[in-house]
Write a protein that binds this ligand. Structure first.
Ligand code: HGY
Ligand code: MN
Ligand code: MN
Length: 401
């Protein structure tokens, strides 16, 4: 019988092994259905089959390993997270939750439970390749709309899958819940010196692309007062975004990407396209912050004789995690002698999409240094062992053998 600390070491080793499958040698970058995903699928399939799972890949590239329950068990518990990464990522965001699910199955040592366990590796959560997040979990929730399917069909075919079969990916049957283990990606658990946290709710998020349209012109001959400089306008707006978030408690607002054109040092920029990411646990607060931020863009461009457009990419309401699963997780975490800490997730997660179809809950693991979406992202072996012990207790009590 594998002990949780042995299993924890193997979880971390496997995360590091899978991190080598990347689009960018020297960095960890693995986006939706990129070619390194084939290698991730192959190795995870090997590990899952060795653990007694039957493995399939659905039409959007979600990898699903099913560990059967006891005779006649028709219910399923889903445990998973995402396989894709942001550019230049760390080795644990997403993949850790898939490997903790696999380790929990391996720690059963072949013993069937009162429900089947489905370990899910979602093909896309970050929204890097197509700008739209949660493609994998949206396929299970049945919310991949025609426009999105149109946009991603080529990538699906290039990967060797059939976009016409995406509707078959929708979750069906008696699912008792979805459990996601994930690094916190922030400083809270480390400050409290706690290994684990239970997610109360996941903050909502609004994502936009805001384009400033000015006039490209010569950097040496155009007088300052006659310029319609798109970068200067975007820069003024970006500082407004930061100030708005600083002045509204709990709002996180980020401009993470800025594309400019024509992008030459001796040309005044004609256009600047900025991404906007605004989050808050309360939807009304988030939405009014977005309104103020977009209104500020309007005021800036009129003062500078430019124009602007704002395209909404994502409007994801905040999602409360399932109260029954949360209290079962509270019990499991305290049963292993760990203080229970409920918290809000500022990061978005697949659990907020699955929650549309079944009870969903999340367990956070401490992020050393509060670092994530960065190569310095890490997780402590003892905390992984604690997560496995709590997960094992949850399975024993909730999915009784
Ligand atoms: O951006 C997020 O919240 C998550 O890491 N995908
Ligand atoms: Mn992430
Ligand atoms: Mn993640």
């Amino acid at each position: 019988m594998t002990t949780y600390s042995t299993a924890a070491r193997r979880v971390i080793d496997r995360c590091l092994e899978l991190a080598q499958f990347t689009e960018e040698p020297g960095h960890i970058t693995r986006t939706f259905l990129s070619s390194p995903m084939h290698q991730v699928h192959a190795l995870l399939t090997q590990w899952m089959e060795a653990a007694g799972c039957s493995v399939r890949i659905d039409a959007v590239g979600n990898l699903i390993g099913c560990y059967p329950g006891s005779e006649g068990a028709w219910r399923r518990l889903l445990i998973g997270s995402h396989l894709d990464t942001v550019p230049h990522a760390g080795a644990f965001d997403g993949i850790l939750g898939v490997l903790i699910g696999l380790a929990l199955v391996e720690c059963l040592g072949g013993k069937p439970l009162g429900a089947a366990i489905e370990i899910i590796g979602f093909s896309e959560e970050e929204g890097v390749r197509f700008g739209t997040p949660f493609i994998g979990s949206r396929a299970l929730a049945g919310t991949v709309d025609c426009d999105l399917l149109q946009q991603i069909s080529g990538a699906i075919r290039d990967y060797g899958l059939d976009p016409l079969r995406v509707p078959e990916a929708v979750l069906h049957g008696d699912v008792i819940g979805y459990l996601e283990f994930h690094i916190e990606q922030g400083p809270v658990l480390e400050i409290l010196n706690l290994p684990l946290g239970i997610v109360d709710a996941i903050a909502g998020q609004s994502r936009y692309v805001v384009e400033f349209q000015g006039k490209a012109n010569h950097a040496g001959t155009t007088p300052m007062h006659l310029r319609r400089d798109a970068i200067a306008a975007a820069a003024e707006w970006i500082l407004t975004v930061e100030e708005e978030a600083r002045n509204t408690p709990g709002v996180m607002a980020t401009v993470g990407k800025l594309d400019v054109a024509p992008a030459a040092s001796n040309i005044i920029a004609g256009t600047a396209r900025a991404t906007l990411d605004v989050r808050h646990a309360a939807d009304a607060v988030r939405r009014s912050a977005v309104e103020r931020i977009l209104a500020a863009a309007g005021q800036i461009v009129s003062r500078r004789f430019l124009t602007y457009s704002a395209e909404q990419i994502l409007e994801q309401p905040a999602v409360e995690m399932d109260s029954c699963l949360k209290s079962l997780l509270d019990r499991a975490v305290s049963a292993i002698g760990c203080p229970v800490h409920r918290m809000i997730s500022g990061a978005g997660h697949d659990a907020m999409i699955l929650a549309q179809r079944c009870p969903a809950a999340m367990v956070f693991l401490r992020s050393p240094g509060g670092v994530s979406h960065h190569p310095g992202e890490n997780v402590l072996e003892d905390d992984v062992a604690a997560a496995l012990a709590a997960g094992g207790n949850f399975l024993e009590n909730y999915v009784y053998g």
